[in-house]
Design a protein around this ligand. Structure first.
Ligand code: TXA
Ligand code: MG
Length: 332
């Protein structure tokens, strides 16, 4: 196998996991599956490796990274303090799609956290991520494995296309498909920074009160830059409309993509609505199923070469919060 890229996508074997772990130990990067989206990992203890992550993604240095660890003990080891809320949430939801922001310990370079005194920590549930973390024995800084501002990857093929030259462990399509929920535990009450795959109701059931994020900021340094408005965007222009409305009234002369929900109002009729001009993605009418396929569906619409994507926004309250958040950012 070639020592310097492009690396192929690898099936998960003892050898490929060992090779990916060796890259991490050597300060290089590799991509790996988590239950939410694929991550682009580097040694979180090495400033040089962390620099490589920002460079590979084209990510502004003011957008901090999530550090992935094997278990709660490994999280405590790199945290500056471990509040009671972290203990409770870790016991209940780790491994899983929940990221805890706590005070940063001295071992983690400030660059990981974009200079902040805090660090975001998560124990992923995907067995391949768990294997890789055990094999390398390091905390692994890993943002989503896409170029900055582009769609998050939920398959190894998405990663390969966006970041050719990076070794990718192929763990199949991500089960949840929406990034982890990020919660700030450095304040009381805890505050939601990014809605995600773990529902807000689950956090509240354990913590009681959880404050909501402030309004999204379009520009400038953000306290949690995932809160910047534009993010997670496909190449096509995205237009949000209420569920059930006729998408053919929107969009320009070019090919039109439609992201609709099965059985909700408007139904595609290709003959009536313009034949080849329309590409329809019909999504499941439940937030788990919808979330699991959201990025993949947007990738498919981009691949089909649509100019505009009309989205039936499932604005139906808290259980659809993370999905509507991603759709609004993609449309911003
Ligand atoms: O599901 C996920 O969280 C995926 C997988 C790979 O684990 N990772 C991910 O990373 O979505 P990324 O870099 O695309 O998003 C990181 C989010 C951003 O919203 C960032 O602002 C926030 O976490 N974040 C990271 N460190 C933070 C910190 N110290 N304080 C506040 N927010 C932080
Ligand atoms: Mg991301």
């Amino acid at each position: 196998m070639a020592m310097n890229g492009p690396y192929p996508v690898h099936n998960v074997t003892d050898e490929s996991v060992a090779e990916a772990a060796a890259l991490l130990v050597a300060g290089q990067l590799c991509a790996f599956p988590t239950e939410t989206v694929y991550g682009l990992g580097g040694n979180a203890l090495s400033e040089q490796a962390v620099r490589r992550i920002y460079a590979a993604k084209g990510r502004p240095a003011d957008n901090p990274l999530i550090v992935h660890v094997a278990d709660e003990a490994a999280a405590r080891a790199v945290a500056g303090e471990w509040p009671r809320a972290a203990e409770i949430l870790a016991a209940r939801f780790w491994p899983g799609p929940l990221t805890l922001v706590v005070r940063r310990g001295a071992a983690i370079p400030a660059l990981v956290s974009a200079g902040s005194e805090t660090v975001a920590l998560r124990v992923p549930a995907h067995p391949v991520a768990a294997r890789l973390l055990r094999a390398c024995g390091l905390p692994v800084a890993a943002p989503s494995a896409n170029r900055s501002e582009q769609l998050s990857p939920t398959t190894a093929e998405h990663v390969r296309r966006g970041l050719p030259g990076v070794l990718v462990l192929d763990g199949g399509p991500c089960r949840l498909g929406i990034e982890s929920t990020v919660v700030d535990l450095t304040r009381e009450p805890a505050r939601l920074l990014r809605p995600g795959a773990l529902p807000l109701s689950a956090l509240r059931s354990v913590l009681g009160e959880v404050a909501l994020p402030g309004p999204p900021m379009a520009e400038g340094p953000a306290r949690s830059p995932g809160m910047r408005t534009r993010h997670y965007a496909p190449r096509a222009r995205l237009v949000l409309t209420p569920e059930g409305s006729d998408p053919t009234r929107l969009g320009g002369a070019g090919k039109l993509g439609v992201l609709m929900i099965e059985g909700r109002g408007w139904t595609a009729n290709a003959a009536r609505d313009g034949g080849d001009r329309l590409v329809v993605e019909s999504m499941p009418d439940d937030p788990q199923g919808y979330g699991a396929d959201l990025y993949a569906a947007l990738h498919r619409l981009d691949d089909a070469g649509v100019e505009t994507i009309v989205v039936h926004l499932p604005d139906r309250g808290e259980t659809w919060l993370a999905i509507c958040d991603r759709l609004r950012r993609a449309a911003a």
